[in-house]
Design a protein around this ligand. Structure first.
Ligand SMILES: Nc1ncnc2c1ncn2[C@@H]1O[C@H](COP(=O)(O)OP(=O)(O)OP(=O)(O)O)[C@@H](O)[C@H]1O
Ligand SMILES: [Mg+2]
Length: 305
């Protein structure tokens, strides 16, 4: 079997949907595009770097690091982007470090056939991930980790729970085994449903970071970043940030996540068929109306659920 590093995406082991060599400047741009409290980024990066400096040097009986970081927070707040970005930034921190990033697709592991999920999870960790970590420093993105490390205390006896129960057991066993055998491995897990994650998984994480909805200042910066990006193609749009109504527009975004704010700008570009044909025509009034409409529809949906 060829080494994992030589495989292309289509030929990856089951459960891994993407493989990248690091550093990757595209992920650096992604890191920069996520506007959160600088302290949060520094905390995340420091923990990721420490993973690779300390774990190979200090015995686990002194500091029992597992090599796992969990990012939790509402949908669309930048967790996956931060995880990918910090993988790049960690690789940049080590000169000549030949890091790689593996992205796990949990849904391809969960199978309706009894026993298959546990087997697939075990194989992924003990073979594919262990093999990659043997070849050099490896970062593994476990997106939507609540589907793999399901809270066993909340499982009811429908929907094949024994298999899911065993899959969680397998994740925990494998995490422990890899923590012992592969100090050059770091798991970056994300979830927007932390109450569904098994507490034994959370307890193994070296850092749990809450990624919040953007505050008023961050909303303004995300909006500005989005407008500046569009301004590269449509210079007239770039001027909207200095409009007197801009602050009002940013204030309307409070309560929305970063993804929703960027999508709201697209909604403004689609205000009319004419603007959609020529996005440079978008006005600050269109942006304000789109922000209000998105906010209202969120409030209505919130009331309906
Ligand atoms: N804080 C932010 N600053 C700027 N852009 C953001 C921010 N949060 C989210 N975005 C935008 O939203 C997009 C989606 O972000 P991402 O997929 O990383 O969120 P997520 O938290 O992983 O969401 P989910 O929980 O739904 O998986 C990003 O590509 C980015 O453009
Ligand atoms: Mg995500």
């Amino acid at each position: 079997m060829p080494a994992l590093v030589t495989r292309v995406d289509q030929d990856l082991p089951k459960g891994i949907h993407r493989f990248r060599r690091l550093p990757d400047p595209e992920l650096g741009k992604l890191w920069d595009s996520i506007i959160v409290d600088e302290h949060l980024k520094q905390r995340l990066l420091s923990q990721a770097v420490l993973n690779f400096t300390l774990r190979g040097q200090v015995d686990r009986s002194v500091i029992p690091l597992h090599g796992a970081i969990l990012l939790i927070g509402p949908p669309g707040t930048g967790k996956t982007s931060l995880a990918r970005g910090v993988a790049h930034r960690t690789a940049v921190s080590f000169k000549n470090g030949r890091f790689r990033l593996l992205e796990v697709e949990p849904h391809t592991l969960t199978s309706s056939a009894m026993g298959k999920t546990q087997r697939a999870v075990s194989d992924l960790f003990s073979q594919s991930i262990a093999e990659a970590a043997s070849e050099g420093p490896t970062i593994v993105l476990l997106d939507e980790v609540e589907t793999l490390a399901v809270d066993r205390s909340k499982l009811s006896l429908d929907a094949n729970p024994i298999d899911i129960h065993r899959a969680t057991d397998a994740v925990l066993v494998q995490l422990d085994a890899l923590a012992e055998s592969h100090p050059n491995l770091l798991f970056l897990a994300t979830s927007n449903f932390p109450q569904a994650i098994d507490t034994a998984f959370t307890s193994r994480c070296d850092l749990v970071l809450q990624v919040p909805l953007p505050n008023r200042d961050a909303c303004g910066r995300i909006l500005k970043d989005c407008i500046a990006g569009l301004g590269k193609t449509y210079p007239a749009i770039g001027c909207l940030s200095s409009s007197p109504e801009f602050d009002q527009c940013a204030a309307e975004c409070v309560g929305l996540d970063g993804r929703a704010i960027r999508k709201m700008v697209a909604t403004a570009l689609a205000s009319t068929p004419e603007t959609a044909m020529d996005p440079a025509r978008v006005t600050i009034a269109d942006l304000l109306a789109a922000a209000r409409a998105v906010k209202q529809s969120r409030i209505r949906r919130g009331k309906a659920t």
